[in-house]
Design a protein around this ligand. Structure first.
Ligand code: NAP
Length: 247
């Protein structure tokens, strides 16, 4: 069938997405940054369910590491047909007046530059213009791009605004080259990410403010990503799915 690369697939939404995509028949490239144990666990879980997967370490904010990751994918001899740009970070909740340049740049390097670099390398391999088989890309954004995350992490929210613009622009740029590009905007999802913001229990604290009055599970986001990558979404590009319980 072909390879699906999921960045940040060792945990959370990326992990759930990798498991579901493997069930659809893709060979999974399970990208991770630090947590080799978790990434190996995802590969083992996929293998145990009869799928195919390999782990590939790369800091997506580092261009040379991204290049090495795509080289490793090329060496398998199987074509890359799907990319899920999912690896994302945020830091301790604070106001804009407390932000410094070093933190802002770290957030943008992973959440924006990392997405651009992976899109670039994927397009080079998928595009009909380069003799590629075509393919599909899903960029994991956030409801924060609409809501702004005031008092928490406006830097993170702004990075997701950039992801949305990347999604729109790239979708139009490669629409005639056999590549579809779409975005998902999760809201409050139960993952370890909230601990990075200093509040592991954040979803349960704020969930009653959501129309659906509950947080989402990583698997619920994964289902939308799998659909957007599939042939069932063959006429969908430049679109965004809100996965935020109605907010
Ligand atoms: P998570 O549980 O914190 O997992 C983050 C993943 O990203 C891990 O696999 C981590 O790898 C990887 N990662 C971090 N920095 C990386 C880098 N520089 N290079 C490569 N991989 C890197 O996060 P999550 O909640 O699943 O979030 C996934 C995506 O959904 C993010 O883009 C996030 O912004 C978005 N999102 C999440 C929520 C939510 O409520 N959770 C809401 C909206 C949007 P290691 O395991 O090796 O550290």
């Amino acid at each position: 069938m072909g390879i699906a690369l999921v960045t940040g697939a060792s945990r959370g939404i990326g992990r759930a997405t990798a498991l579901q995509l493997a069930g659809e028949g893709y060979t999974l490239a399970v990208n991770y940054h630090h947590n080799i144990q978790a990434a190996t666990g995802v590969v083992e879980a996929i293998t145990e369910q009869g799928g195919r997967a390999f782990a590939v370490r790369a800091d997506v904010s580092d261009e040379s590491q991204v290049m090495a990751m795509f080289d490793a994918i090329d060496r398998t001899g199987e074509p890359l047909i799907a990319l899920v740009n999912n690896a994302g970070i945020l830091f301790q909740q604070c106001t804009v007046e407390e932000l410094d340049a070093s933190r802002i740049n770290r957030v943008l390097a992973t959440n924006v530059t990392g997405y651009f670099l992976c899109c670039r390398e994927a397009v080079k391999r998928m595009s009909h213009r380069h003799g590629g088989p075509g393919g599909a890309i899903v960029n994991v954004s956030s409801a924060a791009s609409r809501l702004g995350a005031p008092g928490e992490y406006v830097d993170y929210a702004a990075s997701k605004g950039a992801v949305d613009t990347l999604t729109t622009g790239l979708a139009l740029e490669v629409a005639a080259q056999g590549i579809r590009v779409n975005g998902v905007r999760p809201g409050l999802i139960y993952t370890g990410m909230h601990a990075s913001g200093g509040e592991p229990g954040r979803v349960d604290r704020v969930k009653s403010a959501l129309p659906m009055q509950r947080g989402g599970q990583p698997e619920e986001v994964a289902q939308a990503i799998v659909w957007l990558l599939s042939e069932k979404a063959s006429y969908v590009t430049g679109s965004f799915l809100e996965l935020a319980g109605g907010k």
